[in-house]
Design a binder for this molecule. Structure first.
Ligand code: HEC
Length: 333
């Protein structure tokens, strides 16, 4: 009896379920429902030529198939929509579309995406699109000099020149190395270093020759600038200093002393006496200017009577040595 009742109750409830189903009558019309969350896309600023992608989701949250069309409206061709055109979405399905922005100029580009559908409650959805192109950031190096001349110096001296490196691009400049093909040149900075746009760096280049000669070299600057490598040509000459004690005083002693001793007038018995000059015609030596020094003009005969008076002229090489000693500063060396 208990079991029968249970079966009865079970059958009754089954009937109720069936009954409610058959009550629906007419075939149900399943309606689609388009749902798109995005109403605008702003790419902000994008580097010219580099694509940026944004996603758009079209969801059919209804019960019937959604039919529609995706259309991109733009004046230029910087935007690309994939997929586009007609689409059909089953209930509960999602369509993922991608909008790509590839600006071609420094310009603000606007456009629209139109999504039309057979969802009568939402037949058209509009997405506004905007994005701005910006110039590609490029580092640039400007070097103040393409060449540096250190002049002529003595082998035991050094000479310095300055140059300025300027970061003239719109991206950070990286100086990765500064190399010299000759060891007599060096720079007072350690690489690598960075210069932000607008910044500059003063450099001191030193010429320190180890021997006499002409030194024509290059400084090669390697950086991330499109101009790399930047080359600065360097030139300098070095002379062995002429020794007064070793090469000049002996000439006076041998050829002039007899008449230019301590008996008045130009005294050539020592460096200090020579530099004291003549009694009435000023200095005998003008340091740095051998050719115009009185003593050189007298020994090469370009002014007054040739010295040594009444004797044989000094050799051309002896005259050149004395002139060089004066050009080098007439040092007491
Ligand atoms: C034989 C003697 C004699 C000898 C050697 C001689 N001089 Fe003279 N020097 C003179 C006399 C004298 C004067 C002054 C007259 C004149 O200016 O010509 C003079 C003048 C000069 C003057 C110009 C001085 C002034 O006050 O303007 C210079 C410079 C000079 N000698 C350099 C030399 C040199 C350098 C030598 C050696 C290479 C030399 N002399 C050798 C006799 C000599």
């Amino acid at each position: 009896m208990k079991n029968l009742i249970r079966i009865f109750i079970g059958a009754t409830s089954l009937l109720i379920v069936l009954g409610s189903c058959s009550d629906m009558g007419e075939p149900e019309v399943l309606l689609p429902q388009m749902h798109v969350e995005t109403t605008s896309i702003d790419y902000s600023t994008v580097t010219i030529g580099s694509p940026q992608i944004r996603q758009i989701q079209i969801i059919n949250s209804g019960e019937g198939q959604l039919n529609g069309e995706l259309t991109l409206i733009q004046d230029s061709s910087v935007y690309g929509l994939q997929p586009h055109g007609t689409f059909a979405l089953l209930a509960d399905d999602t369509l993922n579309a991608e909008l790509t922005f590839t600006p071609s100029a420094e310009f603000t580009y606007v456009g629209q995406i139109l999504i039309s559908s057979d969802d009568l409650g939402n037949p058209e959805h509009v997405i506004g699109v905007t994005g701005e192109g910006t110039a590609l950031p490029v580092p640039a190096l400007t070097v103040s000099n393409t060449s540096l001349n250190f002049g002529t110096i003595l082998t035991d001296n050094s000479s310095q020149e300055q140059i300025t490196l300027s970061s003239t691009g719109n991206d950070t400049l990286l100086i990765s190395s500064m190399d010299f093909d000759l060891g007599v040149y060096s720079v007072d900075i350690i690489t690598p270093f960075e210069l932000i746009p607008g910044a500059s760096q003063l450099l001191t280049i030193t010429f320190q020759p180890d021997a006499a000669g002409t030194f024509n070299g290059d400084m090669t600057i390697v950086s991330n600038s499109p101009s790399t490598p930047d080359v600065v040509s360097l030139s300098g000459e070095a002379e062995v200093p002429v020794s007064y004690a070793g090469a000049v005083q002996p000439v006076w002693n041998a050829s002039c002393g007899g008449c230019h001793g301590s008996n008045g007038g130009l005294n050539l018995t020592s460096y200090s006496n020579l530099m004291a000059g003549t009694s009435s015609n000023g200095p005998a030596v003008t340091p740095g200017d051998g050719a115009n020094s009185l003593i050189v003009r007298r020994i090469n005969g370009t002014t007054g009577g040739l010295m040594p008076q009444g004797g044989t002229a000094l050799s051309a090489s002896t005259i050149a040595t004395i002139e060089t000693w004066i050009n080098q500063g007439a040092l007491d060396n």
